[in-house]
Design a protein around this ligand. Structure first.
Ligand SMILES: *[C@@H]1O[C@H](CO)[C@@H](O)[C@H](O)[C@H]1NC(C)=O
Length: 147
């Protein structure tokens, strides 16, 4: 009985600490995901952020993540694994076509990048079919200077 109470208190503390982190860092995207596997929602990365993470708890359904670069219409977004980020299927859906991207891998040096000329890049994150606790992917936004 005491053990369970202790566990509950410890969980509450951990959740609060996690939420504290989120409030501190606008570049950490932490969506309230869609309620079921058939729904897709949109999320926006803060355009002031050049890097950060996308942290999705209990992922279900799909999230379209919009990236913008204020200064350059030509830019790229590079993703890599942060914590179990390889569970997501990734698609570039910036245009009407849905382009499959490779998943990020646990080797931290392997980045997956996509570029666009539209001031906006939209990446679709598809949750795995089986419910998992979380996945987190690091993103980096970089202007491309046309020659
Ligand atoms: C973002 O960039 C800073 C500076 O280069 C680095 O210290 C930090 O670890 C990066 N954050 C992520 C999530 O990659």
């Amino acid at each position: 009985m005491h053990y369970l109470l202790h566990l509950a208190l410890l969980s509450a503390v951990l959740v609060q600490e996690a939420q504290g982190d989120i409030i501190d860092d606008p570049c950490q995207i932490m969506p309230q995901g869609p309620p079921d596997e058939h729904t897709t929602i949109d999320e926006q990365a803060d355009s002031m952020c050049h890097n950060g993470t996308f942290w999705w708890n209990y992922p279900r359904g799909s999230i379209r993540l919009h990236f913008q670069h204020k200064a350059s219409p030509y830019f790229r977004v590079c993703l890599k694994d942060y914590l179990v980020g390889s569970i997501f299927k990734l698609y570039d859906v910036t245009s009407d076509m849905k382009h499959a991207m490779p998943s990020v891998t646990p080797e931290s040096s392997n980045e997956v990048c996509t570029s666009a000329h539209h001031y906006e890049i939209i990446i679709l994150f598809e949750a795995p079919k089986h419910m998992l606790y979380m996945g987190e992917v690091a993103y980096r936004i970089q202007p491309i200077f046309p020659i």
